[in-house]
Design a protein. Structure first.
Length: 374
């Protein structure tokens, strides 16, 4: 679920780590960004896939790819707009040894999906020297890979993954500062012209910047800007990339909420070039059955409106059809539809914002509520 930008990626560190465009190393004051302060997170990933024309042979194959994926819990195809909506629910957990994170696991509702895992190995000084990641199923581990860490310089180890490495320098305070990426050919390591730069504000990470270097030309092509709340907790990261015309575009955003210094919930969103949400990841410390109750709006007439991801779901538990009208805050109608007797209707006709709804039925009268869509 991470969207790796650099040639070195922490890959299957699983969704219980910092969600960033530029991968963070292991080092001084970085653990708060790499691991949450809780041991279990409930995850809901939702995304969109564009589809070819229904007459194309790839139309069915792209749908089948999602429907046959055991990690995907639901698929909805919008043929008219050639869009596939998918959702994946999972549970992420941290494994700790003597109070130190020694691994992670992500499990899915379907046993066929197996369990994605990471496992950390340590040296005699308690430093992380390797990370092994893959999938476990039926008592077997497969698809595993390893990232190794070389602590020849104290404070921030160099990272090795296959024929790629990221070699770090540290600043005067001992923080990871500049990571230069190399590729190996035979026995020779050569720079590839990509450098990751971390910017610190005291002991807080302020930014991660990706530079492309071609001779004397240095170009900043991506940046993650970190924000913290009044208690110093990491509260937000905005991820930007530079377009061909040199304009910075917001690609993604992560927002975290904290309760008493502990992570409470988070929301990641990714955007297309027009600024529309095309992917989201909700993280919560409580199961969905508990957290979703906070997003419900129950009417006296029995109609229930509940926000699920980027959609509003209207459920009619009564006998008799209910007519629903949705308006913006200025009272302008944006949608009208009927919710059948004992039935449900999903609405996702608007991107983000606050919307008002009113429902009426001859059997149960009128009801109203408010929707907050992200």
């Amino acid at each position: 679920m991470l969207r790796p930008k650099t040639m070195i990626s922490t890959a299957l560190v699983l969704a219980v780590v910092v969600r960033a465009q530029i991968d963070l190393p292991v080092g001084k004051d970085l653990d708060p960004y790499l691991f949450p302060s809780v041991d279990t997170l409930y995850l809901l990933e939702e995304g969109l896939d564009s589809l070819p024309a229904p007459t194309s042979p790839d139309f069915v194959s792209k749908i089948r790819k999602r429907t046959e994926d055991p990690t995907i819990s639901s698929v909805r195809v919008d043929t008219a707009n050639r869009v596939l909506h998918y959702a994946s629910r999972s549970v992420g957990s941290l494994k700790r040894t003597d109070g130190v994170v020694s691994g992670t696991e992500t499990s899915y509702p379907s046993p066929a999906a197996g369990v994605d895992y990471t496992r950390w190995l340590f040296d005699a000084q308690g430093r992380r020297v390797s990370q092994i990641f893959g999938t476990r199923s039926g008592g077997f581990e497969f698809g595993s890979d390893t990232i190794s860490y070389d602590w020849s310089r104290s404070g921030c180890p160099d990272e090795f993954w296959a024929d790629t490495k990221r070699e770090w320098t540290v600043d005067a305070q001992g923080h990871c500062s500049r990571g230069t990426i190399y590729a190996k050919s035979g026995d020779t390591w050569s720079e590839v012209g990509v450098v990751d730069q971390l910017v610190w504000d005291g002991n807080k990470l302020a930014a991660a910047i990706e530079l492309e270097i071609d001779g004397s030309t240095v170009d900043t092509v991506a940046k993650d800007i970190y924000s913290h709340d009044g208690d110093g907790n990491w509260a937000k990261v905005d991820r930007f990339s530079k377009t061909g015309s040199g304009v910075w575009r917001l690609d993604a955003r992560s927002i975290n909420e904290w309760d008493g210094g502990k992570f409470a919930k988070g929301l990641d969103t990714e955007y297309d070039r027009a600024g529309n949400v095309v992917w989201s990841l909700q993280l919560s410390t409580v199961p969905p059955s508990t957290s979703s109750a906070r997003n419900r709006s129950l009417s006296r007439g029995g109609l229930e409106a509940r926000v699920v991801g980027a959609e509003a779901v209207f459920a009619n538990p009564q006998v008799g059809e209910a007519q629903v009208r949705i308006t913006d805050l200025q009272g302008r109608t944006v949608a009208e539809f009927a919710v059948p007797s004992l039935g449900k209707v999903s609405w996702s006709g608007a991107r983000g914002g606050i919307w008002l709804w009113r429902a009426s039925s001859s059997e149960h009268g009128a009801a109203a509520g408010r929707l907050v869509l992200r």
